[in-house]
Design a protein around this ligand. Sequence first.
Ligand SMILES: [Zn+2]
Ligand SMILES: [Zn+2]
Length: 124
Amino acid sequence: MFGRGSGVSARWDDPDTYEGKYPPDWDFRRKAVYERDNYTCQHCGVRSGPHAGDGGAVLHAHHQIPLNRGGGNHLENLATVCQSCHDRAHGHPTGRNYENRGYNGVRILRRTGNIFMRIIRRFL
Ligand SMILES: [Zn+2]
Ligand SMILES: [Zn+2]
């Protein structure tokens, strides 16, 4: 079920396959993204992880195309950002949703959007 020992499973690429905002293998995914991006924020270039140790910037993996706009969890859609760039990208504090696994506002929005589009299409 896991590809190439990385712990990332392609079956969770589609956010419709699990409950909540983050896939069950999110921890593996975000680490794979940090590693690919060399633990460097893709917005401001601040470095963390092995470069800075525990005192470095907090890194997040950011969905470049948000899930509620049809983006997936595949690694190509994820970018390493530091916490402050991430907050700025979203316009509100980030990083708490991950701790609260019950959060599913994005999913509800997405679902509502899909239903809305389905209704629209029916009338076209
Ligand atoms: Zn940054
Ligand atoms: Zn984000």
